[in-house]
Design a protein around this ligand. Sequence first.
Ligand code: F6R
Length: 614
Amino acid sequence: MCGIVGYVGDRDAAPIIVDALVRLEYRGYDSAGVATIHEGKLYVAKDAGKLTEGGEPTELQRKLRSLPGKIGIGHTRWATHGDPNEVNAHPHVDCEERIAVVHNGIIENFMELREELESKGHRFVSDTDTEVVPHLIEEGMKEGKSFFEAFVEAVRKLEGSYAVAAICVDEPDVILAARKESPLVVGLGDGENFLASDIPAILPETNRVIPIDDGEIVVVRKEEVKILDANTLEDVTGSKEVQVVEEDPHKLERGGYPHFMLKEIHEQPEAVAKTLTLERERLFEMAEELVKGDYSRLCIVACGTSYHAGLGGKYATEMIARFPVDVQIASEFRYVTKNLVDEDTLVLAISQSGETADTLAAVREAKERGATTIALTNVVGSTITREVDHVIYTHAGFEKAVAATKTYTAQLAALYLLAVELGRHMGEITDSEAEEYLRELESVPEKLERILSWEMERELAVMGGRYKERPNWFFIGRGPGYPTAMEGALKLKEITYQHAEAYPAGELKHGPLALIEEGVPVVAVVQPGGVYEKMLANVEEVKARGATVISVADESDDIVEEHSDHVIRVPSITEEFSPIVYTVPLQVLAYYMSVARGIDPDYPRNLAKSVTVE
Ligand code: F6R
């Protein structure tokens, strides 16, 4: 979604804000803007467009950088209300251009507020919901309130979700901000302070951060940060923990790779290895607790790629631990399936960002019904970690590209550890079988290194270029091959804009086979194991109808070749864990096809990294 930033200190604010916005661009990139205060005057620059193109600063970025002043706020937008254009870009200002506001989220009652303000003579210029905020503050100040009092009153009138920040020329040394259901952190510097939607935006400036909670107001000055309860205005600063973030800020750069996505694809061996090592003990304990807790069901809730990881976890848990797992899309769960949840249910919410609105809502619904909740997330201090009973982390490091890659394989690693330990504690597998599974998991990073070899990458790049104009793709799989097919199709559609559908291969005859004709690409996930023969039959079925078949298969498979136009060979892995290996070449294929189609895979159109609205 949108990203917001604030700075107050002794340095020029605009360049610091713009650099942070560039780091935040994964949250939204259809427009951007900055407002600063200098010598009693408000400066605002904004427009549609991105801040960087092909790694180079754009004209818009240069314009925003040039604003004068030591205090300011900035915004990178993912449009919800109003087209992405200059007028709708943030910051928004009041009638007198004395107050500027940036906002992430959706103000649900903005129409009523706008009508009321218009009837009092306020002039609106944009189609956004955000514009009501500077006018509400202006109205309060006209009634004699201070900037702070007017801001608090404005915030209390807002319904919906927001992380909002404001500056005003009448008080040129303070940024006021508030949060409800949209992420916001304060960064602490020496003689300067920062605000941002996410920690990585300000990490090169400071690693001391305070995550802001819902219902809090923040007053940021260069020498002081105060956090207040928005209802009571009680000062709660003393109760907030200052987190020291250990992540290396250099890892936030592209490090010689042309795109963040390719860099993150290559970071998968490390992400998986770290997750397997650092989370092992925690997952073992958790498995023990789960077995003791005697839960009747495990329900996984997630969206998008995290949902596919959940499906991968389901297959492994059901195959290894023989424990039933229900995987639900969070936006469906929160309205329908929630009614089946009770104290006997264990709800595992998977969200790399820990901020996805639907997943958070699903967790809240589950808690209300008495379920025990666990989060599997990549972001320390994210909202989800503060709402659940237990947290498991993936140790993938910050993921910037919109398309999830390393967090997906790290999620699978954690879910597989849990599956093995559950199996052991439930007596479904012996200790030596468990050890065998664990050895298999430990071999995954090295297998991923092999897939990411230069030769393999080149082969996939050639394939991506060759098939880049094929508009309709099918991905098929059975058993654990099915989540692989789903994730492969999602990667392809989100970054190449070609249509791709995933099907359990057994479903082909029930409809989609009608769409297979000469030259339609079908990616078949043909892992060895219980469904191998059946998959070969499905491959044959589509081949006979003219499909171009690209199979992903075990390196020792010498049968599948006869049935396929291309075979992507991957190192051997037990069927239960196959998604963690088989998905990786499909990420690489989608990446190279995206580049061949002239698309920037890091910033696919219409998407944003962290979906903080419903
Ligand atoms: C796809 C992708 C999305 C996310 C989804 C959930 O590449 O990244 O589908 O997986 O928006 O996000 P998280 O995991 O942050 O809850």
